[in-house]
Design a protein around this ligand. Sequence first.
Ligand code: ADP
Ligand code: ZN
Ligand code: ZN
Length: 746
Amino acid sequence: MFVRVAVPVPLGQAFTYSVPEATKVAPVRGARVLVEFGKRKLFGVVLDVSPTAGDEVEPAKLKPVLAVIDTEPVVKSELLDFLLELARYYLAPIGEVLRLALPALERGSLEDLAEQGLLAPKARAVGRVVQVAVASAGASAPETLAGAALAVWQHLSEKEAVPIGDLEKLHKGARRTIKKLAELGLCHIERREQVSANATAEFSPDQRPELTEAQARAVAALTEALDQRTPRAFLLDGVTASGKTEVYLHAAEHCLKQGKGAIVLVPEIALTPQLTARFRARLGDAIAIVHSGLGNKERLHMWKQLQKGAFKVAVGARSALFAPVTDLALICVDEEHDGSFKQEEGVRYNARDMALLRAHRAEAVAVLGSATPSLSSEAAVRSGKMTRLRLPARANQKAVLPRVTVVDLKRVGAGPSGDRFLSLPLYRALERCLGAGEQAILFLNRRGFAPSLVCEGCGNFIECPQCSVAMTLHRARGERLVCHYCDYARARTETCPRCGSDRLTEEGVGTERVEEQLGKAFPKARIGRLDRDVAAGAKSERVLARMRRGEIDILVGTQMVTKGHDLPSVTLVGVLNADAALSLPDFRAAERCFHLLVQVAGRAGRGDKPGEVLIQTRQPEHPAVALAAQHDVPGFTEREMRERRELGYPPFARLALIKLDALDAAVAEREATRLAALARSLATPVISVVGPAPAPLARLRNRYRFRFMVRGSDRAALRKVLLGLARAKPRGDVRVAIDVDPVSML
Ligand code: ADP
Ligand code: ZN
Ligand code: ZN
C-alpha cells in the first residue's frame, strides 16, 4: 500500500511513502503519519491511499511510513478538500496550507504518540518547544542600550511575552540579545503557555432585544436558507450600529438548534472582547474563541472539542476559517471589507474570499456583513452570486446616523490652542462635548510623536538604515526613532547623518503628540490613547474598558479606534487628517479611505444622544471624503465601480502581484525582468503583464523589492501564467512570492 502525504514544508507537492506490511494501523485519508523527510522526522497528513505508487516513482526507492498516528481522519474530508482547493487557488504548498488548519499538528501528534507509547526519545526533537522572553515588570532600559538590543527591548516591553523564534525572525541575533538583556535583569526566558484572553473577557448578561423589522427579515431569509440546505451567499448590507451582530447570533442559534456547526470571522478578535462575550452569553460556553493569544494547549483543546463535535461554533480572526467545525452549515464574516482578512505572509490567502469557497463546498450558508461592503461583494450581488439583505437604519431607534462636517484645512486655521491639527471647529466641538460630560474619539492614522525628523541643512529626513522610509520619533518611553516597517529603533540623533547639521525639525503629528497637546489644550479632560504602542493584545481591552466605564473623556487612536466598538456615550468623532489614507500609491486608496471614514464616523451617536463627526482634510472635494460625509455608500460604490471598470481593475479583472526581493538591488531587478519576460511568453493576448518596477516601499529589512503585475479577466489564462511562474526556480538569494488577489500594493 502507498500513501501520498502532505508534509509541513514549503514545497509544492505531496510526497509518496510506502506503508510497511507490519504497520498495525491502516492509514486513512486525513490521518496523521510520521515520516522521514530528508534527515528530519515530520508529521504529515495522508492525502490519498492507493495500492500503487503512481507512474513517476519507483516503489522500491520509496521510504516507509514510520508510524500511523490516527485510526480516524483528523482532517475530515470536507476540510481537507477545501484546503486542497485553497492551495491550488493560491499556488501554495499543500503542507504549508495544512499547517494553517492544524496549528497543533506537531505538538498534538507528539502527545498522542506519547500516549500510545510510540514516542522514541529521539523523536521528541521533532516537536517545537516554544521559549518565550518575558520583560521584567517595571524594568526600564538603561541609557546605554542601543541598536539591536534597544530594538529587541522595545519590542519585548510592548508585549507580555514573545516567542524567541518570532523575535529572531524580526531581529537577527535576537537570541543572543535576549541573553544579554536577561543578564541586565530586563527580562527572563521561560517555557510557558501563553495566557488566554478568554479569561479576561467580560461576560455580559444575555440581553435579547426584540428584532427590528429589517433584522427580522434578514434573519428569516437566513433561517430559510439554512433549512433548505442549499449553498447560498448573502451580503448583510447594514449601516453602522444597525445590529448586524444580532443577525449573526440568530443565525448561529438556528444552526445550534439543528445540531449544525457555524464559523464566525471577525477582523480583530483581540479588539472585540465585547463581541465574543455576547456570543458566549447567547450561545453558551460550548463555543471556541480562536485568537492568536491562545497557548498551544488551549488551541489543541478547542481544536479537539470542535473536531469531536462537542463545540459546534468557532469565533475568531481569519485563521478560524480553518476550524474543524463539524456539520458546517453557516459561515459569517463580520466587517467583510476589512483588509485584515488577508494574510500577507506565508500562504497569502484572503479569509473573506475563502469563506465563500468553504461555505459553497460544504453546502453551507455564507453571510458577509458590512456597513461599507467591498466592491467584490457589490459585484457578486450584481451578478446574482450573492443576495443582498439590507439593514437601512440603526437598531436603537433613538440612535440616528451622526451629522458630519468637513473642515477644509486649506481655509480653516488652528483653534485657540494654536495646534494645527486642532482646528477651531474641532476645538469648539470638543469643548461642547466635554462640557456635556460626553465622550469623544479622535482618529489619526499615525502612531508615535512625529512622523519624521527633517534636516533643515540638507532637507533630508532621517531614514531607517534597513528600509526606504522615514523613522518616526517616539517620546512616550524615552526619546527614540523607530521604523514602523521593521521595528528597528535607535536613540534620537542630534545631528543629520548626511550633512552633520544639528537643525533637525520634528515634522508632522502622531498620536503621542496629539495626546500631549490635548492635555495642554484641555487640562481637565482625561485623555486616553489606543494604538499599537500602548495597547498590544490584552492591554487594548483595558483601555476600551476604561472608556466604557467613562474613565476617559477623549480617546486618541489609530485604526484601532475605528474597529466595530460599541461605545454608546461617544457623541463626537474627529478625523484629524483624512488625506493620509488618500495619498497611498494603491488603486484601492480611495475605497479604503472611504471605508475608514464611514466606519470611524459610525462610532459616534450609537446611544440615545445624537452624534457629531468632524473630518479635517485638505481635499474636501475628494469623492471619498465628500460622499463619506453624506453616508452615501451607494453613491461612492457606483462611482468607484465605474472607475475600476474603466481602468480594468478588480472586481472587473483578476490580479496577481509577483513580489521579488534580494539583498542586492541589481540581482532583484534582473530576476524580476527575467520572470516578467517568462510571464509575457506564457500570456495570451487577454492577459497583460505590467512591470517590473521597484515596489513603492523599495527597500525593507535591507532587501530591495521589485514587482510586476499579471492581470486579466480570463481565469484559466491567468492561472497558466502563474503556474509557469510558480514552477520557475528563483536564482540566487532572490525570494519570490506570488500574491493572488493582492490587497496591499506596497
Ligand atoms: P453593527 O454590528 O451593525 O454595527 P451592533 O450589532 O454592534 O451593530 O449593534 C449596535 C447596537 O444596537 C448594540 O448596542 C446592540 O445591542 C443594539 N441592538 C442591536 N439590535 C437591536 C434591537 N433589535 N433593538 C435594540 N437595540 C439593538
Ligand atoms: Zn542634513
Ligand atoms: Zn526599517
